[in-house]
Write a protein that binds this ligand. Structure first.
Ligand SMILES: Nc1ncnc2c1ncn2[C@@H]1O[C@H](COP(=O)(O)OP(=O)(O)OP(=O)(O)O)[C@@H](O)[C@H]1O
Ligand SMILES: [Mg+2]
Length: 352
């Protein structure tokens, strides 16, 4: 079964063709770089750009797979969560494509698709396992019993992990998008230069919940309070104009922030692994591309950690086509009246 998957929930205009839920025949991801000028995604510009690009992106995905519209067996698109105007472009295009060709159509939850990304092009991990879903808008630690059956064990009580990377990067002018910029810069920094605080959520609260607002405030507003090593002498290359810190200093801030941000995730994840007895972790979402997170998880002898390939961590159509194929193969269909939703709904929670 060859499924066309369309993803337009934020600033990636993406389409892919996946065969039998596993084999990627094409995967086109067009990132809207226009938002760099604003240091963040501007929803109106995002949806307008999707309307300009969507036809060509889908055409490229078909061409890349060496297929015509008549070779496609089903269509999947992200319907939630995301920016409403952006979601509507990909969803409407997908519904129109399916209707015009008389194809089965399925609307997909983007977060489940992120988790499915690790099942593409590599041996699928048997269920159940622990899921670590970390992206620009979400941070979830969950028990995963099937591709569409997850129980949330912990989630962020404020900012998402990726959002924290983006806000710190924006403040210090490290670059856009922020997560990848911090990951790069941190490689030349001292992760022990600052001892940023970790949240203390477990006392009387849900044991696997996460919080990033305290860390963000410490890094952005209270830097000096957490300095452990003296500031290095600045050396080239200089940071971008407007940056608050020198090059060496900037790298130290990035490395120390990244260490704390990853520690927040791992503390809850390791606690959940210990309590549930689940020995396999599958990661997904843009932050799953983080090299320090990957390094730390690889170092754990008692846990098997599976990551999607780097190019499938951020938003893409292949993960949508892949999970879409699973639903379609099970005989599920979405009505063409289905609409987009900004929010993710319907996940079971262990700690309501
Ligand atoms: N190497 C990296 N290290 C840390 N964060 C990263 C890295 N690469 C990307 N990110 C972060 O991942 C996020 C983007 O991921 P993704 O595209 O999955 O999120 P989104 O689709 O915007 O949000 P959501 O999936 O929650 O709707 C951004 O916040 C970005 O900074
Ligand atoms: Mg995403």
């Amino acid at each position: 079964m060859k499924v066309l998957g369309i993803e337009s929930s934020c600033d990636e205009c993406a389409a892919a063709v996946v065969e039998d839920g596993r084999k990627i025949l094409s995967n086109v991801v067009n990132t809207q770089t226009v938002h760099a000028a604003y240091n963040g995604v501007v929803p109106e510009i995002a949806s307008r750009t999707h309307t300009e690009w969507i036809y060509a992106v889908v055409q490229q995905a078909l061409d890349g797979a060496g297929l015509g519209p008549g070779d496609i067996d089903g269509v999947a698109a992200t319907s939630r969560p995301g920016l409403l105007g952006s979601l509507l472009v990909g969803l409407s295009f997908a519904k129109a494509f399916a209707w015009a060709r008389g194809l089965p159509f399925i609307a997909v939850n983007h977060m489940l698709a992120h988790l499915y990304a690790s099942r593409l092009e590599q041996a699928p991990v048997p269920y159940p396992f622990l899921g670590l879903l970390v992206s620009g808008g979400h941070s979830l630690i969950c028990r995963v019993d099937d591709f569409d059956d997850i129980t949330v064990l912990g989630t962020t009580v404020d900012d998402a992990a990726g959002e924290a990377f983006d806000k710190v990067s924006k403040h210090y002018g490290f670059g856009y998008p922020g997560g990848a910029a911090i990951d790069r810069l941190a490689r030349s920094g001292d992760p022990e230069a600052f001892n940023f605080p970790l949240p203390n959520l477990h006392k009387g609260q849900h044991p696997y919940d996460l919080s990033y607002s305290g860390l963000k405030t410490a890094v952005i507003n209270q830097l000096e309070q957490f300095r452990r090593r003296p500031a290095p002498v600045a050396s080239p290359p200089s940071p971008p104009a407007g940056a608050a810190a020198g090059a060496g200093e900037g790298a130290d801030i990035a490395a120390s922030f990244q260490r704390a941000a990853v520690e927040i995730l791992l503390r809850s994840l390791f606690r959940a692994a210990g309590d549930t007895g689940l020995g396999v972790v599958v990661a997904g979402g843009g932050v799953a591309a983080n090299s320090y997170l990957r390094e730390r998880l690889a170092a754990r002898q008692d846990l098997r950690c599976v990551f999607p390939p780097l190019e499938l961590c951020g938003d893409n159509g292949a993960m949508v086509a892949g999970i879409g194929c699973r639903y379609l193969a099970r005989g599920e269909r979405s009505p063409l009246t289905v609409t987009a939703s900004a929010r993710v709904e319907g996940f079971k929670r262990k700690y309501p």
